[in-house]
Write a protein that binds this ligand. Structure first.
Ligand code: AMP
Length: 341
């Protein structure tokens, strides 16, 4: 019997930081570990989505492969037969279904998409691709009858749109598409894998983000272990002088505790108890610095050992398989629309 499908995109992004690692990569890998037996897991690289706003195209191909190297180094199991890793542009049915779905989608509903409005605001020459992004995303989902689509909150409106389009097409043409689960069920599913928010080291009131200009508050996965340790030692703390977990009152210290707990897989309470009675943060900072630098040493070693041939082999095998699945769905749509007998 066909297994239910979980589908999610692996974003291309070369400036990944420890926040992305703990807040996005690890939950994804945990999801794979948790569900690989009972679900078909589709992890696709949305390369056609990557230039809805201008990018440096000379880097696109390499970035895709590099991103997959990072996922593999972080522990993504490339051998799992139920995990399919493929590039969107290598499965042409994504583009073909988009052209079809365009004719069953409304300008009004696309104009209301918050992400479009935000990205398009005050910009000249907005691309049609940016406007149409949610329809390509609907194709990504509907081609494989995906049930769960773990995405950030900014994308949940797009999943609702995919549902609306699928309902509209099913009403007109019969049961063509499986509906992705509604938002509440998606949220419930996603909450099974814990997501954490890592804060900026210098300004712990905001999240760690690659857009930080100085880079001092951000631990990039490419930082040398020494540089990263220095950044931790320079992290903003507070004047309480007592190790205590309180995200609101003591965001800096709580952030360091979060990082230490996640990297050493230890309970926060247990960590806090180690520093009971101390009146300074030096010891804690040293321990976090050590954990971060040993994490980076280990991660960067793993990354250097990744064999590109293994990645390419997995991509090619999945792409052959996914072309079969997607083309079969596309054919049923083409038949329903009168394009094929
Ligand atoms: P971005 O690089 O900001 O586009 O984010 C890519 C992914 O990483 C998203 O799934 C975010 O939720 C996650 N992410 C980004 N920044 C952080 C952070 N500081 N802590 C945890 N997760 C993050």
């Amino acid at each position: 019997m066909k297994k239910p499908v979980i589908l999610t995109g692996l974003r291309s992004n070369n400036d990944l930081h420890i926040g992305n690692y703990l807040g996005a990569l690890m939950p994804l890998i945990n999801m794979q570990v948790q569900h690989a037996k009972d679900y078909d897991i589709h992890l696709f690289v949305p390369d056609l989505h990557s230039f809805t706003t201008p990018i440096d195209h000379s880097k696109l191909y390499e970035q895709t492969i590099n991103n997959l190297r990072i996922y593999a180094a972080a522990g993504l199991d490339l051998d799992s037969p139920n995990t399919h890793i493929y590039r969107q542009s290598y499965v042409s049915a994504h583009s073909e279904l988009t052209v079809i779905l365009n004719c069953f989608s409304h300008m009004g509903e696309l104009s209301r998409m918050t992400q479009y409005k935000e990205k398009a605001e005050n910009k000249p020459n907005i691309s049609v691709g940016l406007f149409d992004y949610p329809i390509l995303m609907a194709s990504d989902i509907l081609l494989y009858d995906a049930q769960y689509v773990p995405v950030g909150a900014d994308q949940s409106q797009h999943i609702e749109l995919a549902r609306d389009i699928a309902i509209r097409m099913n009403n007109k043409f019969g049961d063509l598409f499986t509906l992705p689960e509604p938002e509440a069920k998606q949220a419930e599913f996603m909450s099974q894998t814990e997501r954490m928010r890592i804060r900026d080291l210098i300004t712990p009131e905001k999240k760690m983000s690659k857009s930080d200009e100085t880079g001092k508050g951000v631990i990039f996965l490419t930082d040398t272990p020494e540089a990263a340790a220095k950044k931790i030692m320079g992290a903003t703390t507070d004047s309480f002088g007592e190790v205590h977990y309180d995200k609101k009152e003591r965001p800096g210290i709580s952030n360091l505790l979060d990082i230490l707990a996640a990297l050493t897989d230890t309970d926060i309470k247990e960590i806090v108890s180690r520093y009971a009675g101390q009146t300074q943060y030096g010891e804690l900072k040293k321990d976090v610095a050590e954990a971060v630098s040993s994490f980076l040493t280990d991660f960067q070693f793993k990354l250097s050992q990744i064999d590109d041939a293994v990645i390419i082999k997995k991509l090619e095998a999945s792409e052959i398989q996914m072309n079969k699945v997607a083309n079969s769905k596309l054919l049923s749509v083409q038949k329903a629309l009168g394009l094929r007998l």
